[in-house]
Design a protein around this ligand. Structure first.
Ligand code: HEC
Ligand code: HEC
Length: 414
């Protein structure tokens, strides 16, 4: 399993008991989390979010408050190839800004050449996720997520396990990093630690907030005209009881499992949206059908509860037009396919091959997936709505771009 807490070499901080993780309530968050200053960051400057009125304030963990200096260090590390053991790539290898921080591939190849078994996720508004990754009920924050990427061994992502000192020394002895680390972690004897690297990188990821799409302009400025007529019709369809999309991709982030300042009860939801229904009894499954491909069985891999088979987190649909291919395994190439061949049918039909089966008939598929009739015009309207969720000021934001200037921006940014 990827991102799991059972791997050798993974720091104990990831070993959150599942029940505790699932049942936890969000402790009362500071009203202005990001704006708080901490004792040991007296010399740092507060990082201020610029959010429209319809966006809640992110809740920032007390042990990793945001500072401008940490974000600056984190941005450089995010793009620095020395972050991988063989110096062949970094976080940005799989998360490119011009693709809303995905890589455009079905499955990503990491810096070490290992192929990941899941599709690289967009890094749009991840600070609002109550759980990170496609279906990991234990990854509660971005700091843990960064550590898991650094240390993952089942699929080598960055290859830090057993190489911590070697990689940290690259930064310790590089000309520009001592200043960046000491500004990010003032008053510390040795700021070159695994946790400080992960906290800086996750601070940068925290700032990747997309809130300025045409949809947002229509929403926040009351400027209805910011969305085309087609996009507005698509929005109505998306929010209709006929299509039901909004139930799982709801609210400001078009996602489930969302948290922010003011959240009282943490919501952690995983759903089976009918991608697979493999014939034959899966191991440990009481029913003869409903299986998902081994290694990608979602929440079930963590809980071994049959009814968690194929349950994944409904991710944000912001910037979705830039993040093809789709789903946890990148198995759908286009948004048209997602609407017409999948959701309209109430699940995906795979006619033959090892994964043959009709997702719509799966005993585990969510009850909201019952299929619907949709005209060509309506599909075009939905696609126009998805286009209205593309945020060019996010994709072209130079505060998020490669500080080394080697990775090209989207052509529209020039
Ligand atoms: C080998 C390609 C690869 C590299 C390198 C990589 N990622 Fe990812 N990233 C992925 C994949 C694949 C997922 C989904 C993982 C899963 O669900 O198992 C993901 C998921 C994430 C998520 C969760 C997003 C969400 O909405 O839940 C975050 C955050 C993230 N990556 C940040 C990073 C950071 C920070 C780095 C560098 C320290 C990094 N990634 C390096 C491929 C990569
Ligand atoms: C029952 C909850 C549920 C409903 C209803 C639902 N979705 Fe989803 N959606 C999910 C889940 C869960 C995933 C991830 C599934 C996976 O990867 O296995 C997903 C994935 C997606 C993706 C791919 C996201 C990505 O980053 O690859 C798109 C696009 C999408 N849904 C659009 C829609 C649309 C359009 C509708 C309405 C027609 C809809 N969804 C209705 C739960 C739902």
């Amino acid at each position: 399993m990827i991102g799991s807490f059972t791997k050798k070499g993974l720091p104990a901080l990831l070993a959150v008991p599942l029940t505790a993780a699932l049942g936890s309530l969000l402790a009362g968050c500071d009203d202005n989390g990001a704006l708080m200053s901490s004792e040991d960051s007296s010399a740092s400057s507060k990082y201020e979010f610029k959010l429209p009125a319809h966006f809640p304030e992110p809740s920032i963990p007390d042990d990793n408050l945001l500072s401008v200096e940490k974000v600056k260090l984190g941005r450089q590390l995010f793009y620095d190839r020395r972050m991988s053991i063989n110096e062949e790539g970094s976080c940005a290898t799989c998360h490119e800004q011009r693709k809303a921080f995905t890589d455009g591939k079905k499955l990503p190849t990491g810096p070490t050449g290992d192929v990941h078994i899941r599709n690289a996720m967009s890094l749009t508004n991840t600070i609002y996720n109550s759980r990170q990754n496609w279906a990991n009920p234990t990854l509660a924050d971005l700091h843990q997520q960064a550590v898991s990427v650094m240390f993952n061994e089942d699929v080598l992502e960055l290859g830090w396990a057993d190489n911590e000192a070697l990689i940290l020394d690259r930064f310790r002895f590089a000309p520009d990093y001592p200043g960046l680390f000491s500004e990010a972690y003032p008053g510390t004897d040795d700021p070159f630690t695994v946790d400080n690297v992960a906290m800086a990188v996750s601070s940068f990821v925290t700032t990747l907030i997309s809130s300025d799409s045409d949809f947002d302009r229509a929403q926040s400025d009351g400027n209805e005209g910011a969305m085309s007529d087609a996009a507005r019709r698509g929005k109505e369809l998306f929010n209709s009881e006929r299509l039901e999309c909004f139930h799982c991709h709801g609210a400001f982030n078009f996602a489930q499992s969302v948290q922010h300042t003011g959240t009282v009860l943490e919501t952690i939801e995983f759903k089976n949206n009918g991608l697979y229904n493999i014939e034959g009894p899966g191991p440990g499954l009481p029913l003869p059908t409903g299986n998902y491909p081994t290694g990608n069985q979602g929440l079930y891999e963590f809980t071994n509860e049959p009814f968690d088979m194929g349950k994944f987190r409904a991710p944000t649909l912001r910037n979705i037009a830039l993040t093809a291919p789709y789903m946890h395994d990148g198995s759908m190439a286009t948004l048209r396919e997602v609407i017409v061949d999948h959701y309209a049918k109430g699940g995906r039909l795979i006619p033959d091959g090892p994964f043959a089966g009709n997702g719509a008939d799966s005993p585990y598929v969510d009850t909201l997936l019952f299929g619907f009739q949709v005209t060509d015009q309506e599909v075009d309207d939905l696609l126009a709505f998805f286009d209205s969720l593309t945020d060019w000021s996010f994709v072209c934001n130079t505060e998020y771009s490669d500080p080394f200037g080697t990775i090209p921006m989207h052509e529209r940014c020039n």
